[in-house]
Unconditional design. Structure first.
Ligand code: ZN
Ligand code: ZN
Length: 359
């Protein structure tokens, strides 16, 4: 990872936003800027001195991971130490902070520490904007995470059977993920069977897989810091005609959205392509969430692939395409792939069968 270039670019963008320093408190942003993967820290960026504050649990780790900034191990909270450091540097008068990642209490404490010497200023989300476009190292890592995820699907097909609980299925999947090298799951695994498949975010529960019906399986891993995300819906027992029809409609809607992905297209247009297909099948009102989201260091990051969103797709963005249809109280279907936007269209990072699988 080229942390040096990231730092330089971030700093250029910050100067254009007229701040003398930025206090970075969002851990994924800290990781993006300097490589630190600990669970507590604050990074102060200035024109010359970049300092990462963290505590004694991370002494060795921070020194091993962070080359681009100076590391200060502190006994207070990282943010308090950052505030005290800023208060000592009189030339830093306009201090940017990440409004989306600072509590009111933290902001008040920072204001107290700085007193009248400096002014806190809400910074533009420049790091999030930079993270929208993945560099080749990042794409390689996301691709590897997705590859690991796809590899788990075959195992999933072996463990899904009537009478086995959803959480047992999730447990088996997660165990194979760890054995294959995943650092952790990217989010709580969704195994939603029978009528629970109508819940768009039905976390695996104690409910047993019924003898007949859909099972929505949505899972992702973290590998080398980066997330994967994919969903496949399978059917236990013979599907009825309506179930087949809805499954095919979701599959076509997903394909329509995938076909729409290319540079220069707005994310809203991609969302619209999926909805348009489902409207033709009179199913649009059962598609109750957005079409997708960005994936990277975080499982949900910019851009949102949703109605009315105007962000333009650019090469290097990694997004999911995941339309679904949920018939309340009955059942639901979702199909999701992660893709990277290329110069001409997109490259699917989660290649895996989409013909309806019956178990
Ligand atoms: Zn997912
Ligand atoms: Zn997703």
């Amino acid at each position: 990872m080229d942390y040096e270039s990231r730092f330089n670019l971030a700093w250029q963008l910050l100067e254009a936003n007229r701040v003398d320093a930025l206090v970075v408190t969002h851990l994924p942003n800290i990781q993006y800027l300097c490589g630190f993967t600990g669970s507590a820290g604050a990074l102060v960026m200035t024109s010359g001195r970049d300092v990462l504050f963290t505590d004694g649990r991370y002494t060795q780790q921070a020194r091993a991971e962070v080359r681009v900034a100076r590391v200060e191990i502190v006994r207070t909270s990282a943010l308090a130490a950052a505030g005290q450091w800023l208060a000592k540097h009189a030339s830093l008068r306009r201090i940017g902070f990440e409004a989306a990642h600072l509590t009111i209490a933290e902001r008040n404490a920072l204001t107290m520490t700085l007193r009248r010497r400096a002014r806190l200023k809400e910074a533009a989300p420049v790091i999030e904007r930079m993270r929208l476009i993945k560099d080749s190292d990042e794409i390689a890592r996301i691709r590897a995470a997705c590859h690991l995820g796809v590899g788990l699907f075959g195992h999933l097909l072996e463990v899904i059977r009537p009478g086995v609980s959803e959480s047992q299925v999730a447990g088996e999947l997660e165990f194979s993920a760890r054995k294959a090298g995943a650092e952790q799951m990217a989010f709580p695994t969704i195994i939603a069977s029978g009528s629970r498949s109508a819940l768009p975010h039905g976390r695996a529960s104690a409910v047993a897989i019924p003898a007949r019906g859909f099972v929505v399986c949505d899972f992702g891993v973290i590998l080398a810091g980066y997330c994967s995300d994919m969903t496949r819906t399978v059917h236990v027992g013979r599907p009825q005609k309506e179930a087949r029809r809805v499954y095919e409609a979701v599959r076509e809607a997903q394909q329509a959205a995938l076909d729409a992905v290319r540079p220069g297209v707005t994310v809203g247009e991609v969302d619209r392509s999926a909805r348009k297909l489902l409207r033709k099948r009179s199913l649009a009102r059962f598609f109750t969430h957005s079409t997708g989201h960005g994936v990277g260091l975080e499982i949900h990051e910019a851009p949102r692939i949703a109605v009315g969103q105007t962000e333009l797709l650019r090469p290097g963005m990694v997004i999911t395409i995941e339309p679904g249809v949920y018939l309340p109280g009955r059942w639901g279907v979702r199909i999701e792939d992660a893709v990277v936007v290329t110069e001409r269209g997109c490259d699917i990072l989660t290649p895996c069968q989409k013909d309806l699988i019956t178990l």
